[in-house]
Design a protein around this ligand. Structure first.
Ligand SMILES: Cc1cc2nc3c(=O)[nH]c(=O)nc-3n(C[C@H](O)[C@H](O)[C@H](O)COP(=O)(O)OP(=O)(O)OC[C@H]3O[C@@H](n4cnc5c(N)ncnc54)[C@H](O)[C@@H]3O)c2cc1C
Length: 391
């Protein structure tokens, strides 16, 4: 496993950087750099630009508009995108339901959905968690009763990120209440404007609408909008991430935040004391070791090796590292980081901190959720203990 780029990778880097330079709207770049809200139209515009050059779905097979890149090449692309503060494309579509449609979808589903994901026409949300089912997802109880050629859905989903903007939802529902819990679940694709769906906001610690609770009241869905076989939704859900589960290290995002930590320190003209140097050095060492572990696993996969539960280590470390960086950023700017989202302003002269500091507390609160989202840290530790360490 090597860290240095070879000639071909350097050439790729120049190509990607030239594209970013030419195509990335500076206002969009500024918003991403400062963790400000990115309007959907701006993000969609960037998605379409990536689609035009064929880079929008690095993880999809070439025949469906993907790139056919190795995992190592995907990692390099991701690092470059985050380094230049390009926005992330919508993960629910590109990394979750898109690959699932490719694997389990009918030809009609593939022909309908995949081009619309690539062109940003359809934005998705994920309907998995319920008030009574999170880590123990198979315990879900939202019911889809079969009524002729339709399902009739009743129940609710919670922590549904982005539901207020989404056009479609992918949903796990119980279709056979008498079967063993993993065996009675189906996977449905439906429009968010279906009659009977209500979306209620849930606010995060920073006052933002990070999630929603989505209620289903006699929502009718054609049976042909099921993905995969009836009662086999658990298999679809388990395979949903495919290779994507290897890309959980947040190395690219951690590198981006590290560059922000250093830039901000310089911009504010601060002197580094020994304690600060030690903390920054520790973060850099942890990041280097995380990247080396990620590259080792990605290279192993590219060479046909089996990667088991090891990505759980990447998920755990990557989320903890970004939180350590947030804490450091917050300590650098101190009370200038408090305006949170710019709503706390001096009467006449705008936000209290500079635009560079405005969103730091908000990002710190937001990233706390990384401990839980995508599988809580305790669950990752259980997996590592049992499947990696064999305890
Ligand atoms: C930022 C964010 C975005 C999210 N977006 C979505 C979304 O878009 N769609 C969606 O469906 N869900 C979403 N979720 C929900 C997320 O998937 C769940 O919160 C997660 O699965 C945990 O479930 P829970 O909240 O019910 O907690 P619980 O499962 O009740 O867990 C509570 C605590 O107990 C611990 N725990 C649980 N089981 C064990 C065990 N066996 N051993 C040791 N400890 C255990 C957990 O680690 C946790 O600390 C999101 C969550 C966050 C934070």
């Amino acid at each position: 496993m090597r860290f240095q780029l070879d000639a071909e990778e350097r050439e790729f880097e120049s190509q990607v950087e030239a594209f970013i330079q030419a195509e990335l709207d500076p206002e969009l770049q500024r918003r991403v750099a400062l963790s400000l809200e990115v309007p959907r139209a701006m993000r969609d515009d960037w998605t379409r630009k990536l689609n035009q050059v064929g880079w929008v779905a690095p993880n999809w097979p070439v025949e469906y508009g993907g790139t056919g890149w190795s995992m190592r090449r995907r990692h390099q692309f991701e690092v470059l995108m985050r380094k230049h503060h390009a926005p992330e494309t919508q993960g629910f579509g590109f990394n979750m339901v898109g690959p699932a449609i490719i694997k389990y979808g009918s030809e009609a589903q593939k022909a309908y959905y995949l081009p619309k994901i690539r062109s940003a026409e359809i934005q998705w949300c994920q309907g998995y968690s319920e008030p009574g089912a999170g880590s123990d997802l198979a315990g879900l109880s939202t019911r889809a009763e079969i009524q002729g050629d339709h399902y009739c859905i009743n129940g609710s989903k919670i922590w549904t990120s982005g539901a207020e903007q989404a056009d479609h939802i992918f949903l796990l529902v119980r279709t056979d209440p008498d079967a063993k819990k993993q065996l009675g679940i189906s996977f449905l694709l439906l429009r968010m404007d279906s009659p009977g769906i209500t979306v209620e906001p849930l606010l995060a610690f920073n006052g933002k609408r990070l999630w929603n609770q989505v209620f289903f009241d006699d929502v009718r869905v054609p049976r042909e909008d099921r993905l995969g076989e009836e009662n086999a939704g658990w298999t679809v859900a388990k395979n949903l991430l495919g290779n994507e589960r290897l890309m959980v290290s947040r190395v690219a995002e951690n590198k981006r935040v590290l560059s922000r930590v250093k830039a901000l320190f310089d911009e504010l003209g601060l002197e580094a004391d020994d304690q600060f140097k030690k903390r920054l050095g520790t973060i850099e060492i942890r990041l280097a070791s995380l990247e080396s572990m990620a590259l080792r696993l990605l290279s192993k996969f590219d060479q046909g090796g089996h990667v088991g539960a090891e990505p759980s280590m990447l998920k755990l470390q990557g989320s903890q590292l970004i939180q350590a960086q947030d804490q450091l950023l917050f300590e650098i700017v101190q009370y200038y980081g408090l305006p949170v989202d710019g709503t706390l302003r001096r009467e006449s002269s705008g936000p209290i901190g500079s635009p560079e500091t405005e969103m730091i507390a908000s990002a710190l609160f937001h990233h706390r959720g990384y401990t839980i989202a995508g599988g809580a840290s305790e669950i990752q530790k259980n997996i590592i203990a049992q499947q990696v360490l064999g305890l």
